[in-house]
Design a protein around this ligand. Structure first.
Ligand code: NDP
Length: 288
């Protein structure tokens, strides 16, 4: 039997509708709206297109959006100055800094400079540390979206074997931490893993995040496993994931497509985190 397709677009749409209604209610009652600021340097086409899509989603949800475009050769002190302004600005609930930054800019220094309360993509070391410690924090968007998709299908995660393929700081590692918090037994694979097929075949839940198209084939997947594919690559002009979808869907119980799986969840989680940061910033009046 073919797997149930986890429709990230539909799930995202529902979450964004909830956010939109919350924004409207706060605006009507308190005359306050959340605001998201995106800072980028230069005109990297992929970054411009990503930020444009966020701008549109914010507009649809009623969230104010502030696009801070700097020159491609902006200096570190210029960027730090902008972030300082955004940190102080009460209309800005959340800040994202789009990579890549100009040559010579110390990304670590930049990540340290964002107020943790406004760090809506878990970029700052303080928030990364809190994530590690399992403390309450604005979670990184893609890992949060992946876990939300798993929650949506309503399966028991406690005691399940999760294999995360990929160990980057932005996807693989945080997903592994979050699945540990959900009481899974977690294995993290990477390019030096000796027998990827064996590791993946052991998994009740597979999360692929490598950017290597076709890395996970159908024969690597255990019958009935849940397969979440975060990978995005372009092959012959088409977007594909890390998983051979047509094969895997005949074996898995649930599977995400690419596109339309994890991708839409990432931007939706960014809006949700902006809302959360806004609520935290106004918790005194909101709780009344
Ligand atoms: P990175 O390139 O930073 O990390 C890739 C990881 O995959 C590394 O840990 C690497 O191992 C591992 N890897 C590479 N080849 C293999 C292999 N043959 N076997 C096992 N592991 C391997 O990528 P990101 O984490 O930033 O992104 C991963 C994918 O997710 C990309 O396709 C990216 O586009 C996508 N992505 C999607 C998002 C979304 O919103 N849908 C958001 C962010 C990313 P090693 O550490 O040993 O090098």
């Amino acid at each position: 039997m073919s797997a149930t397709i986890i429709d990230g677009r539909e799930i995202s749409k529902k979450i964004r509708e909830i956010i939109k209604n919350q924004v409207k209610a706060f605006d009507e009652e308190l005359n306050l709206r959340p605001g998201l600021a995106a800072l980028m340097a230069g005109e990297d086409p992929a970054s411009v297109s990503y930020i444009k899509s966020i701008e549109k989603l914010c507009a649809n949800a009623g969230i104010d959006f502030f696009w801070h475009k700097l020159n491609a050769n902006a200096s570190e002190s210029e960027i730090l100055g902008e972030i300082d302004e955004l940190n102080k600005d009460n209309n800005v609930s959340g800040i994202i800094v789009q990579l890549p930054l100009p040559k010579g800019v110390d990304v670590k220094k930049i990540s340290h400079s964002i107020l943790p309360e406004k760090d809506v993509d878990c970029f700052s070391p303080i928030n990364t540390g809190k994530l590690f410690l399992g403390e309450k924090v604005l979670l990184p968007c893609t890992p949060k979206g992946i876990v939300r998709l798993i929650e949506e299908i309503g399966i028991e995660t406690a005691g399940k074997k999760t294999v995360v393929v990929g160990r980057s700081n932005i996807v693989g590692k945080p997903v592994a931490l979050l699945m540990l918090q959900k009481n899974c037994t977690v294995t993290v694979c990477h390019s030096k893993t000796q027998d990827l097929k064996k590791e993946v075949f052991d998994a009740d839940i597979v999360v692929a995040a490598t950017g290597k198209p076709g890395l996970i084939t159908g024969e690597m997947i255990k019958h009935g496993a849940v397969v979440i594919d975060a990978g995005v690559s372009e092959v012959d002009g088409k977007l594909v994931g890390d998983v051979v979808f047509e094969e895997a869907k005949e074996i898995a119980s649930y599977i995400t497509p690419v596109p339309g799986g994890v991708g839409p969840m990432t931007t939706t989680m960014l809006l949700e985190n902006t809302m959360e940061a806004f609520k935290n910033a106004h918790k005194d009046i909101i709780s009344k």
